[in-house]
Design a protein around this ligand. Structure first.
Ligand code: FE2
Length: 155
């Protein structure tokens, strides 16, 4: 079955995403690189490629392609919670603390293929591919993204 058909099938039966069942949902989806390969989008104006695979009133699913040594902008997620599954490669999740007028780098977490991590609305982060090979991540957000902000970290 095609991966987007699989997503439609899984989410037809899920009306509301809770922290507790995202792991089950990811397991049901258990995307491999081959499943998502044809949906990968090359970077255009940003360092990474971004493709919305599914969106309804409650959920948004994104596929992110981070080429070697590329990173996302520093951002938060507005009112959305997100769950990020590493489909291929590895990623450094760079975490920032919000100050009065800027953000400051705080720490990082390292995730590899098959691992899942989460972000809350006010989590301010960037994702960085520290390796020579491609990184692909699948993101589930609830509610859909909309009110997040981008930050320029203080160097
Ligand atoms: Fe994010």
């Amino acid at each position: 079955m095609d991966f987007t058909q699989k997503i439609e099938r899984v989410f037809r039966t899920v009306s509301n995403i809770h922290v507790a069942n995202v792991e089950d949902i990811m397991l049901q989806l258990s995307p491999t690189f081959q499943d998502v390969e044809k949906y990968l989008v090359k970077p255009q104006d940003l360092e990474y490629g971004r493709n919305v695979l599914f969106k309804n009133e409650g959920i948004e699913i994104l596929l992110i392609f981070l080429p070697h040594f590329s990173k996302t902008l520093v951002h938060d997620h507005g009112f959305s919670s997100g769950w990020i599954y590493v489909v291929e490669g590895s990623v450094l999740n760079l975490l920032y603390a919000k100050g009065k007028d800027d953000v400051k780098y705080e720490r990082n977490e390292y995730y590899q293929k098959g691992e899942l991590f989460s972000v809350k609305g006010d989590t301010t982060h960037a994702m960085y591919n520290p390796s020579l090979s491609a990184t692909v991540t699948l993101h589930i957000y609830s509610p859909p993204l909309g009110t997040g902000q981008v930050y320029k970290p203080h160097e």
